[in-house]
Design a protein around this ligand. Structure first.
Ligand code: AMP
Ligand code: GLY
Length: 424
């Protein structure tokens, strides 16, 4: 098959890496890809958000299967567009992608289908929202309704901070259209986990649980990022909790979406807060997580192309997922200044030294090739993944490999995976 991966981050490198291992894959393209995907696929300089460009390329190049990485093209209807053109596309329809693209849709949906989540109210008026915050007090969580590149959520410790977030959304219009509506919800205290499943609209196949590390500094301090590292399987999700999540969250969601005439196909990602051993949905994402995927896919033994085809064709019930024993720990190396302003174009040294290390995989994110040299091209630059049967050794393998790699102003967290020890 001729397969195309849409996107150019660490998640997409991991998806492409896994697809490349399938005997069903004859030729692989990445749109636009990065310096890492260039080693295993043909990069095509078309942005993931250029829907016309993507559809045209896939049509003209007889692409048989498209795997979509990021949320924006999904929310814009890329899967609908490709399907109309007769091309198999892995991911939810525009309608089903609302589970990520509209927080108010999702909160109403969760309530309707009795799926555990934080208490909330939705507002379109600044004064009404403000009065609600005055009444409820802090801590409280303020969320812009639409897609805001992970920046639309404020966990406010004081009423003033919450009202400041409202002003940014309603008055400064910081998130544009995404901020015509806000969800204000109860603050939940606990530990987070990411739970992803494949779904064909009816059946699900759960993946191993993962944990992300969103704040930029150790001990979860500093501003939120896209994710500074991840590991899988996350032992906070034990067998009993896993079954509870499957029955009370994932299956109910897939059944509910079918009833709403928006059958959900692709990867459904639940961002969960685990409080007193019970899970609550903080958010859904309509795609693989970044950086969770970089820790999950290295442990997947099953052919991912077969699974992607089964989700599209609706026969996922004929398959199961096999996982390697052990753990994967992935650490993100970021550009100086990230998640705020940072420079690009820094040469990356040492990649050749980690290439042949055992049980280490380097997934590229913000990188590109310039005159044969790999340079930085984004905030999150590389994901260094270590794997082992023992959690501690997997973590050590990742951090040992990092010692070989350098670029100007590189920074990373040194505690990725430490929370796992609470549960091991
Ligand atoms: P979201 O994009 O909705 O997942 O929110 C981003 C982050 O904000 C989450 O990963 C949590 O760390 C935090 N968060 C969101 N909602 C809540 C909540 N109700 N209680 C506590 N923290 C939350
Ligand atoms: N890891 C968070 C996300 O993919 O949205």
């Amino acid at each position: 098959m001729r397969i195309a991966v849409i996107g150019g981050g660490g998640r997409e490198h991991a998806i492409a890496w896994k697809i490349k291992q399938s005997p069903l894959c004859d030729e692989l393209f990445c749109l636009p890809g990065n310096a890492g995907t260039a080693e295993i696929a043909t990069n095509i300089d078309i942005s993931a958000e250029d829907l016309d460009g993507v559809v045209k390329f896939c049509r003209e190049n007889s692409i048989d299967l498209v795997a979509v990485g990021p949320e924006n093209p999904l929310a814009d209807g890329i899967v609908d567009r490709l399907s109309e053109a007769g091309i198999k596309a892995f991911g939810p329809s525009k309608k089903a992608a609302q589970l990520e693209a509209s927080k108010s849709f999702t909160k109403n949906f969760l309530k309707k289908y009795n799926i555990p989540t934080a208490e909330y109210e939705t507002f379109t008026d600044f004064n009404e929202a403000k009065a609600y915050i005055e009444r409820k007090g802090a801590p409280i969580v303020v969320k812009a309704d639409g897609l805001a590149a992970g920046k639309g959520v404020t966990v406010a410790k004081t009423k003033e901070e919450a009202i400041g977030a409202l002003e940014a959304i309603f008055i400064e219009k910081r998130f544009g259209e995404a901020g015509n509506r806000v969800v204000i919800e109860e603050f939940l205290e606990g530990e987070e986990a990411s739970f992803l499943v494949f779904s064909d609209g009816e059946n699900i196949l759960p993946m191993i649980a993962a944990q992300d590390h969103k704040p930029v500094y150790n001990n979860d301090e500093g501003p939120n990022t896209g994710g500074m590292g991840s590991y899988a399987p996350a032992p906070i999700v034990d067998e009993a909790l896993k079954q509870y999540i499957i029955d009370n969250i994932m299956k109910r969601t897939i059944d509910g979406m079918k009833k709403e005439w928006a059958p959900y196909k692709g990867v459904l990602y639940a961002g969960l807060m685990i409080k007193d051993k019970k899970p609550y949905v903080l958010e859904f994402n309509c795609r693989f997580g970044d950086p969770e995927t970089q820790a999950i896919l290295p442990l997947l033994q099953t052919d991912i192309v077969q699974i992607m085809l089964a989700t599209i064709e609706g026969n996922l019930n004929q398959y199961s997922l096999k996982w390697k024993e052990g753990y994967a720990v992935g650490v993100v190396l970021a550009s100086g200044g990230y998640p705020a302003k940072y420079e690009k174009g820094k040469p990356i040294k040492g990649l050749d030294k980690v290439k042949d290390l055992e049980d280490v995989i380097v997934f590229h994110a913000g990188t590109k090739l310039k005159d044969g040299e790999v340079i930085t091209n984004g905030g999150r630059v590389l994901n260094i993944v270590g794997m082992d049967k023992e959690f501690k050794t997997a973590q050590e393998k990742a951090y040992n490999a990092i010692k070989y790699i350098h670029f100007d102003k590189m920074h990373y967290r040194t505690d990725i995976g430490n929370k796992a020890y609470r549960h091991l």
